[in-house]
Design a protein around this ligand. Structure first.
Ligand SMILES: [Zn+2]
Ligand SMILES: [Zn+2]
Length: 96
């Protein structure tokens, strides 16, 4: 299990993809189908949430979370199959 820390208040900071969920889809190559939180089966109301891994680097990543999980603060356990997409726009959609 991977632990992440949810970073709130960053939803207004949009990228070229139009939404952070789309950003995650563009760079993971997958369709966001369910919330990444461990044991959460939520398939609707998904958002691209900004998180940090608690174990390693301080980089910001995007993962799909349901609105309820995105509203929580603090640490969250996500499933091991979760794909972390960089939230750094200069490394992804705004790279030249
Ligand atoms: Zn983007
Ligand atoms: Zn959830």
């Amino acid at each position: 299990m991977t632990k992440v820390k949810n970073i709130n208040g960053t939803t207004d900071n949009l990228c070229k993809c139009g939404s952070w969920l789309k950003h995650w889809e563009n760079f993971s190559g997958k369709k966001a189908t369910y919330c990444s939180a461990y044991g959460c089966m939520q398939q609707t109301n998904l958002v691209g949430a900004h998180v940090q891994k608690t174990t390693s680097d301080m980089k910001w990543y995007i993962i799909p979370l349901c609105k309820e999980h995105n509203a929580t603060t603090g640490e969250l356990e996500v499933s091991d199959s979760t794909i972390f997409v960089s939230a750094n726009r200069s490394e992804t959609c705004e790279k030249y």
